[in-house]
Ligand binder design. Structure first.
Ligand SMILES: Cc1cc2nc3c(=O)[nH]c(=O)nc-3n(C[C@H](O)[C@H](O)[C@H](O)COP(=O)(O)O)c2cc1C
Length: 195
């Protein structure tokens, strides 16, 4: 089983990274392969809206030459896509938004007259989030956006793990254990559906 973690925080020592550490450790202990792609270390330019991708039914067909295609391949080549992001202005960070824009557009071939495939159809997605407000007020719009993104792209949305940054120490034992449990729940849910 393989997880593809899309790391959307600019802070390698920040809160999102702090949640990811025990999550990844748990993945290793469960024998789940995990690949972390740090979006701030890559270049994914914003979508230009040129629609060239809609003329290309079985491949991405994006005219931009950056890291998008390689990251999309990693998304295709896993069992669960895991966007991990802090909330910025009630949504994800900018590199994550650029990636999602391009992945949903180039990956869903039905934006014009054509009715083509959804390249990520059947994939699963689970989110890891940190925010300053309570999750209900800080991460609700992001979660709703992700749910619709999944529905549109034919992915299965598996849920969100979100913890609040209250300004003091962010990590504690309860949070570390809870994010480990989240990793286990994802794996169990997939194994359950495969039995
Ligand atoms: C530019 C910026 C915008 C933010 N906007 C929000 C927001 O709209 N809602 C919210 O709940 N928290 C917001 N926050 C707080 C962060 O989501 C929170 O501190 C998060 O844990 C930071 O994660 P990191 O340490 O991985 O960067 C914002 C933080 C920054 C720096």
């Amino acid at each position: 089983m393989k997880f593809c973690i899309l790391m959307g925080s600019p802070r390698p020592e920040g809160n999102t990274a702090a949640l990811l550490a025990p999550f990844l450790e748990e993945c290793g202990m469960m024998g789940v392969e995990s690949r972390v792609i740090s979006l701030y270390d890559r270049t994914v330019n914003p979508c230009l809206g040129c629609r060239a991708c809609q003329d290309c039914l079985n491949s991405l067909g994006c005219i931009q030459d950056d890291d998008f295609e390689e990251i999309f391949k990693a998304m295709e080549d896993c069992d669960v896509i895991i966007p991990a992001t802090p909330i910025y202005s009630f949504f994800c960070t900018a590199p994550m938004k650029a990636l999602l824009d391009r992945a949903i557009y180039a990956g869903t071939k039905n934006y014009g007259a054509v009715r083509g495939p959804k390249l990520l159809a059947g994939k699963r997605l689970a989110a890891i989030v940190t925010c300053g407000y309570s999750p209900e007020k800080g991460a609700d719009l992001w979660e709703e956006g992700l749910k619709r993104w999944c529905r549109h792209g034919g992915l299965e949305y598996m849920g969100m793990f979100c913890r609040r940054d209250m300004g003091g120490a962010f990590m504690n034992e309860e949070r570390a254990q809870a994010v480990r449990d989240f990793a286990q729940a994802i794996r169990m849910s997939i194994r359950g559906s495969e039995l």
